[in-house]
Design a protein around this ligand. Structure first.
Ligand code: TRP
Length: 464
């Protein structure tokens, strides 16, 4: 018998799911990670590859991941176990769920620290700390923050507690209302920033950096980063979207909702880029500033515009909220599993997951100060020079999750849905016939997406 609902509840409507999934997708990945990774990887050509990955890998895999969740109606681990059983396949497919939970803890651990930076910026901006500062002054404030482990730890703690509070009550309550107001407000403030960016004189330069592809800047590593960013920004490949799908009503159209979520997410990322790069050039900064990019450029913008204290404070509040609606989706799969398999109460499970991620997060806290020198080794992969494998704890967790674990999860999802489930089950869950849309999606999911992911992997390690 097909389950109509999950034991953890169900979204109140299709709109609620779209809002929750958009809330998960839109977050630090769009506003913090997208600009800084784009800046580090040379701009236009990276953005083009990123957009292609969104369309050709992200969207089809998202449809597959939601479909699995809705069919299984449990935590990703148990969903994969029961779907494999149902389709007469090996239990090993539950590895998708386990990989996902491991990735979730790692992402959550650094995500919370960066969200903590954003939290602290709410108060700094409101307090007028940036007013009248030049770029060195603004960078000084950022460096002052990240070089202070105790302060970072305090903000990381505050943010993690915020997450536990929401997840303990169930991701449904409140989320809908929050996202409904958050998304339009975030878009509005991004537009304010874009208008400001147009007004300061380096707009064309910013746009050229962001959109004029210089293919000389592309190599296997850049393509891998672009694919990783596509997975990260769409919350794909680790079960977050799967578990949100498990709370979706059987009647909603998975294809249509996925397209909406992907469009909204891409719009926010591109707008963030359009706003930030002109400010980068106008302030005399380099695009490859690194993880601090928006924490230096945005205060510059707000200190230069009329009403900057108010706009700036609002912006960082919205950024924190966007991060919040994302990170709760990182906790949900593990919490649901603890509730299902360990018979744990939701509150206890949330505290436990939050605590583990909080402890792991200390590694990221220290990555910007006491442990900021990279650790690792050199490996000769037959390229021009040996590659350095390693970095700070933060950079390693970030790299491993976005560029390896999430695409790997996506690959397995594509293979499972495309090759191991019967086409009849897939069509039954999607509620579609053999229309052109289905055939197009099925083809891309079976061939293009998995082959694409594999090629990007192999290319990045110089094997092809
Ligand atoms: N997509 C979110 C962002 O862009 C982060 C996120 C939430 C995430 N859930 C995830 C990333 C699951 C990977 C997997 O900020």
């Amino acid at each position: 018998m097909r389950k109509e609902t999950s034991i953890h509840g169900q979204w109140s409507s299709k709109l609620a799911f779209v809002l929750a999934a958009t809330g998960s997708a839109v977050g630090l990945g769009n506003i913090w990670r997208f600009p800084y990774i784009t800046g580090e990887n040379g701009g236009g050509a990276f953005v083009l590859v990123y957009l292609m990955c969104i369309l050709l890998i992200g969207l089809p895999v998202m449809i597959g991941e939601i479909l699995l969740g809705r069919r299984g109606r449990q935590s990703p681990i148990n969903t994969m176990t029961s779907l494999s059983h149902e389709e007469g396949l090996s239990r090993a497919w539950s590895l998708i769920g386990w990989l996902g939970v491991a990735a979730a803890f790692m992402i959550l651990s650094f995500y919370s620290v960066i969200a903590g930076w954003s939290l602290s910026y709410v108060f700094r901006t409101a307090g007028g700390v940036f007013t009248g500062l030049d770029v060195d002054g603004v960078r000084g404030v950022f460096e002052g923050l990240v070089s202070d482990p105790e302060r970072l730890l305090a903000w990381h703690t505050v943010f993690m507690v915020m997450n536990v509070l929401v997840v303990a009550r169930g991701v449904r309550s409140g989320l809908e209302q929050a996202v409904k107001f958050l998304m339009p407000a975030l878009l509005g403030l991004l537009l304010v920033l874009v208008i400001y960016a147009v007004s300061i004189g380096h707009f064309a330069e910013g746009m050229r950096f962001l959109f004029a592809p210089d293919f000389g800047k592309i190599n296997g590593e850049v393509v891998l980063m672009a694919m990783g960013q596509a997975f990260f920004t769409l919350s794909l490949g680790m079960g977050a979207i799967m578990i949100y799908g498990s709370y979706l009503s059987s009647r909603a159209s998975i294809m249509r909702t996925s397209a909406t979520v992907v469009s909204a997410d891409t719009l926010v990322a591109v707008l963030a880029g359009v706003a930030i790069f002109p400010i980068v050039f106008a302030s005399g900064l380099q695009p490859d500033e690194g993880p601090g990019l928006i924490f230096v450029t945005l205060p510059m913008a707000f200190s230069g515009m009329p009403g900057g204290v108010i706009f700036g404070t609002l912006f960082f509040i919205l950024l924190v909220m966007a991060a919040w609606t994302s990170s709760i989706s990182l906790m949900e799969p593990a919490v649901a599993w603890l509730v299902e398999n360990r018979d744990m109460e939701r509150v206890k499970a949330s505290v436990l997951v939050g605590l583990v991620a909080w402890i792991l997060g200390i590694g990221t806290v220290l990555s910007f100060n006491l442990w900021s020198s990279p650790i690792g080794f050199h490996l000769d992969l037959g390229g021009e020079e040996p590659v350095f494998i390693g970095g700070t704890i933060f950079s390693m967790m970030d790299y491993l999750t976005s560029n390896v674990l999430l695409p790997l999860g996506g690959l397995f999802i594509a293979l499972f849905v495309g090759w191991r489930m019967t086409r009849r089950s897939v069509q039954d869950e999607l509620g579609v016939g053999m229309g052109l849309l289905f055939q197009g999606w099925y083809l891309v999911l079976r061939f293009l997406a998995p082959v694409g992911i594999l090629l990007v992997f192999l290319n990045a390690v110089n094997l092809i």
